[in-house]
Design a protein around this ligand. Structure first.
Ligand code: NAP
Length: 306
């Protein structure tokens, strides 16, 4: 029987386990995908810990995972445009991709270009469409100075590159061990912590036009202090500040579409977008994968491989 990640109660990484499950059956308009890779995201950890129980409660036993890439294994009734053996990437909204097999709606899948690695393909959806929505929300163009907080993370590492390609000069806030990666991807790295406002002013020549916050904890206030207009600030980690100051909160929901995902996959395929892969874990080590993620200092993406 195929294996899948499950948890039966809210808790730490220790509630995660892999168990044998029935082989899922694709319904009309769906396909069954044999998963090659599936990315992990902080939102999944928050759901598993019960931190989102008011807005997105879990039902137990719960599966896990949105991001996926793999090979079409079976077609549901009426499916056209996909064939068994197709290499695809995409997502499921059913917390189910951390598994050997997942059912996916065909409008949640796009073909995997040959030049996109399985690791990048399987970890692209959440971080990719979120970064895309953030960059779009603040309308970046040539001559803009934009700051990205959390610039080395899953979302930030993609946002930095999309902002650069929009013509903006990018300042990336990150710890020093990630500065070289940022420099080599077109951003000016700046260390966060005490004195960060002064370092940003020095790096930007005193003018910051837009701010992308993937971290929370006061970055929206910092952006306002730096003189950024609220409509050119986007946060995915501080919804209270979003309401309080009228800044934007566009994230995965705003960016989620097969069209956006296909565009991002195309950028990877033609060498314009790099997805740094911090680590790859076998499915059986799902606890270790989230322990690493939950330290909060990942460069790029952590991927599970069933
Ligand atoms: N609303 C949405 O639609 C949506 C969608 C996706 C993600 N999110 C949320 O967005 C956040 C980021 O997600 P992610 O996947 O990018 O996380 P991630 O891959 O874990 O990256 C987090 C990054 O934050 C950096 N960081 C930690 N403390 C920092 C600080 N004080 N200042 C600046 N950077 C700091 C770390 O870099 P260093 O190692 O350099 O410290 C790390 O690279 C999470 O809270 C997630 O839940 C929201």
């Amino acid at each position: 029987m195929p294996q899948a990640v499950r948890f039966d109660q809210y808790g730490g990484t220790d509630v995660l386990h892999v168990e044998e499950v029935d082989r899922p059956v694709p319904g009309p308009g769906q396909v069954l995908v044999a998963v090659k890779t599936a990315g992990i995201n902080p939102g999944e950890a928050k759901i598993r810990m019960g931190l989102m129980a008011q807005t997105w409660p879990a039902t137990f036993p719960s599966g896990q995972g949105s991001d996926l890439a793999g090979i079409v294994d079976e077609l549901g009734d009426g499916v056209t445009g996909f064939a068994v053996g197709d290499e695809v990437l995409g997502w499921t909204d059913n917390r189910a991709s951390h598994a050997e097999f997942v059912v996916a709606d065909t409008d949640h899948l796009v073909p995997k270009p040959a030049g996109v690695s399985w690791e990048a393909a399987g970890s692209l959806f959440v971080a990719g469409v979120t970064a895309y929505a953030m960059v779009r929300a603040v309308s970046l163009g040539a001559g803009d100075n934009v700051v990205v907080a959390g610039a080395a993370g899953g979302v930030g590492s993609i946002a930095v590159q999309l902002a650069r390609d929009a013509g903006a000069a990018v300042i990336g806030l990150a710890s020093e061990r990630h500065h070289q990666w940022l420099s080599s991807h077109g951003a000016t790295p700046v260390t966060y912590g005490d004195g960060v406002a002064g370092r940003i002013r020095a790096a930007s020549g005193g003018r910051v036009d837009a701010f992308l916050d993937t971290v929370g904890g006061g970055y929206v206030e910092l952006a306002l202090e730096l003189g950024v207009r609220p409509e050119r600030i986007d946060t995915i980690a501080d919804f209270g500040a979003g309401q309080k100051y009228g800044v934007k909160t566009d994230g995965s929901a705003a960016g989620s579409s097969a069209g956006v995902l296909a565009e991002l996959a195309g950028l990877i395929d033609n060498g314009q977008l790099d997805i740094p892969i911090a680590a790859v874990y076998p499915l059986a080590r799902v606890q270790d994968a989230y322990r690493e993620l939950e330290q909060g200092h990942t460069l790029g993406k952590i991927v599970l491989k069933p």
